[in-house]
Design a protein around this ligand. Structure first.
Ligand code: SF4
Ligand code: SF4
Ligand code: ZN
Length: 546
């Protein structure tokens, strides 16, 4: 999209000639969002320009550049973060907004003009989205699916929710909200308000029972390259919840994904299969929309939206997300000092514990987000120690860091069925029958290890391996076994495995890792999904290990 600036009406328009005053407009930006009066107050404080920006037409474009009445505003986000004490900014903001009325009238009249001038564009976008929603809903292939809106509390899913309900003329479309427990305070407030205003909209809220801070203590905070939290706190619990209510029925999800959000998303299709959640077809009715369009819609229809946007947040996800910008981190400190200081203090303590000398600087500058692995952390249970057996082919002797208990055998269930009866009793031998060996001719794996001891001998039958896993190499199978042993040694019940098992065969009840053999189909996803078999191992491995 190309946006132009009408200097007469003082607004961005998407045509070279202003539809309102017919003035010739000049190029403005590829996309933009309105800056609300609340954010303008903060800008005035940070720039020491009290009273100078309120009531003017302020917009923010890509790269976090601000424009006032079409003119670029000298304001460096980076410099502000470096120079400003967020706590002081918080105090000044509270003082300013509690003693003075937030100027809203001028903003509203500017927005009314903006809506009118860009009406045509919205009509066209809306028409296309309606058509898509109706077409997919009526399609024979998807007709009998359960319709669902993935509702995050952000602006995009708010628009999708409204579009779908209007297009289908139905209020009772299921909304699913994945409560990561780490959302912005404003998101929870918005969610409650939305539900109050739309009492007929059915809501399902999924929530992980894992404790984010405890997991962070064990495996370190998530970083950009290791966002372990999404699996554990979002996709896992949502998938589980969908499984519970759908009773195996297929789902049609409406999702607020947009191409303009990132390069990666630019190849997304309007209708596709969910890469993360089984049995889901995902429809993206706003895939072509820009930021400006989203605001055009919300403001035109006077939709209720998350107040965090009025404060200057350009996206609202988890407050702790390493993908949030440094600016969002700063804004969070200014507007939600309690929530953000808990996280900031944790990050500072953690950084100290891994030997960062200037921990505060490391955290505030955002460098924590680039952490690569478990360097400096004491999670060393992940190494597997073994030797090939000198007297027996295809056998390896392991020395586990954790003595053998019954729990060990759970991890062998994906390979086949366990048999505690037929092996040599003296060796406490356990057989694993291959999945294709229904007559139980020869065990695929023999496990020889005594409860309470650390020595475990594993013998794999190469012939039976060929029968069970044609085309898979012996080496790969050994890898798989190592992955499972690693889990046995180091599983901290992060929730990663249950989250990725599409058959819902894995549970962590009372912190015990259990695989339900009746549900497990041996797809090996729980083994192959995470590098080295375990999310925690993957996250905590140091560069030296790998
Ligand atoms: S084995 Fe699975 S549940 Fe346990 S810590 Fe690793 S990924 Fe998490
Ligand atoms: S992911 Fe596959 S192999 Fe693992 S428990 Fe689930 S069904 Fe079994
Ligand atoms: Zn104009």
């Amino acid at each position: 999209m190309r946006l132009y600036w009408c200097s007469e009406c003082n607004i961005p328009v998407n045509t070279k000639t202003c539809p309102l005053c017919h003035n010739k407009c000049s190029y403005f930006a590829m996309d933009a969002r309105p800056v609300f009066p609340e954010e303008i107050i903060l800008l005035e404080i940070l720039l020491h320009r009290k009273g100078e920006l309120q009531g003017r037409s302020v917009w923010n474009t890509k790269g976090n550049r601000y424009f006032v009445d079409g003119e670029h505003l000298e304001f460096s986000v980076q410099k502000t973060i470096e120079e400003w004490d967020a706590d002081l900014a918080h105090q000044l903001y509270v003082k300013e907004t509690s003693s003075n009325r937030v100027e809203n009238d001028a903003f509203q009249s500017m927005i009314s003009k903006f809506i009118l001038a860009n009406k045509k564009r919205l009509n066209k976008l809306e028409y296309n989205s309606f058509e898509l929603i109706k077409k997919v809903s009526e399609d024979e292939k998807f007709k009998n699916r359960i319709k669902m809106i993935s509702f995050s509390g952000g602006k995009d899913s708010t628009v999708v929710s409204s579009l779908v309900r209007r297009a289908l003329g139905q209020t009772d479309i299921l909304h699913v909200f994945g409560n990561t427990t780490l959302e912005f305070e404003e998101t929870y407030k918005y969610l409650n308000l939305f539900r109050k205003r739309n009492p007929l909209v059915p809501f399902i809220i999924s929530k992980s029972d894992r404790d984010f801070y405890k997991l962070c203590e064990a495996i370190g905070p998530p970083s950009r390259v290791m966002r372990w939290c999404c699996t554990v706190f979002k996709t896992g619990p949502i998938g589980e919840e969908i499984d519970n209510f759908s009773g195996g029925k297929k789902i049609l999800t409406f999702y607020g994904i947009r191409r303009s959000e990132s390069k990666q998303r630019s190849n997304y299709d309007e209708v596709s299969e969910s890469p993360k959640i089984a049995k889901q077809i995902v429809v993206s009715p706003i895939i072509e929309w820009a930021d400006l369009d989203i605001w055009l819609y919300l403001l035109t229809y006077n939709e209720l939206f998350n107040k965090a946007y009025r404060l200057g947040f350009s996206r609202v996800g988890c407050a702790v997300c390493p993908n949030n910008s440094d600016w969002a981190f700063f804004l969070n400190r200014v507007h939600f000092p309690e929530q953000s200081s808990k996280w900031r203090n944790f990050l500072i303590d953690f950084s100290r514990s891994i030997g960062k000398i200037d921990a505060e600087e490391y955290v505030d500058s955002g460098n924590w987000k680039a952490r690569q692995g478990g360097n400096g952390m004491e999670v060393s249970q992940t190494k597997i120690k073994f030797e090939p057996c000198a007297t027996e082919d295809n056998a390896r002797n392991f020395w586990l860091t954790k003595p053998i208990t019954k729990d060990l055998y759970e991890y062998f269930k994906p390979f086949g069925s366990l048999d505690f009866e037929r092996g040599i009793a003296l060796l406490e031998e356990v057989y694993v029958w291959g999945r294709k060996d229904e007559k139980k001719v020869k065990p695929l794996i023999k496990l020889q290890g005594k409860i309470g001891q650390n020595h475990l001998k594993i013998i794999v039958d190469p012939k039976m391996l060929k029968t069970s896993y044609p085309g898979k190499s012996y080496l790969l199978f050994e890898e798989w076994i190592d992955c499972q042993l690693r889990k046995y040694q180091s599983c901290i019940e992060c929730g990663g495995c249950p989250a990725i098992c599409k058959m819902k065969a894995i549970t962590l009840i009372n912190d015990e890792y259990r695989i339900d053999s009746r549900k497990c189909i041996g797809c090996m996803e729980c083994i192959a999904h995470f590098d080295r078999g375990c999310l925690v191992t993957k996250v905590t491995q140091t560069r030296r290990d790998s």
